[in-house]
Write a protein that binds this ligand. Sequence first.
Ligand SMILES: Cc1cn([C@H]2C[C@H](O)[C@@H](COP(=O)(O)OP(=O)(O)O[C@H]3O[C@H](C)C(=O)[C@H](O)[C@H]3O)O2)c(=O)[nH]c1=O
Length: 187
Amino acid sequence: MELVKTKLDGVYIVEPKVYGDNRGWFMETYSEKAFKDAGIDVTFVQDNHSYSAQKGVLRGLHFQLNPMSQAKLLRVLRGTLLDVVVDIRKGSPTYGQWISVELSADNKKEIFMPRGMAHGFVTLTDDVEVHYKVDNLYAPKLESGIIYNDPDLKVDWGTDKVILSAKDTVLPTFKECVADFRYGEDK
Ligand SMILES: Cc1cn([C@H]2C[C@H](O)[C@@H](COP(=O)(O)OP(=O)(O)O[C@H]3O[C@H](C)C(=O)[C@H](O)[C@H]3O)O2)c(=O)[nH]c1=O
């Protein structure tokens, strides 16, 4: 697999090597060695799997507060989505900046983000299934986030027709964000 750097330090697009044959295909979707060779020191402790029924479902922007901040390795098993990662590590040269990447069952691309990021995605098709590994357990009392259409972050989701959970409609703004992530401490 190839890990491709992005403009956000520590965030990589992962491009698995796909081995096709007369039966179909095979690929490794995570390799501890490939990540260590890229200088990424992460130990995943939980796998998540979500299904979004309709195009336009937007989950995010989410993160867990310290000490339960989560690094994530995400891939799409069915359908297509636009994945968004926002750097909210104080002291980062890209603090407050975001990237977006189209991930799909077809392109088989994955995204890795270290701790200290706000994360979300909007589905571009119906019937989207997402699988992701995280390096800290679910901590509901430490869940937080930033409203998806924050006026300072100006994330371009490509649509304004979105389907949100009730919780996501009342997330704080970036200015109100209480996260205390610091660049270089995202281990
Ligand atoms: C995240 C999580 C949720 N849950 C339970 C809690 C709720 O009863 C139900 C749905 O949770 P929520 O609405 O927070 O799910 P998403 O909106 O998909 O949240 C995720 O959305 C974006 C894409 C993220 O990056 C995060 O991993 C995560 O916040 O699953 C659990 O039991 N364990 C978990 O780790």
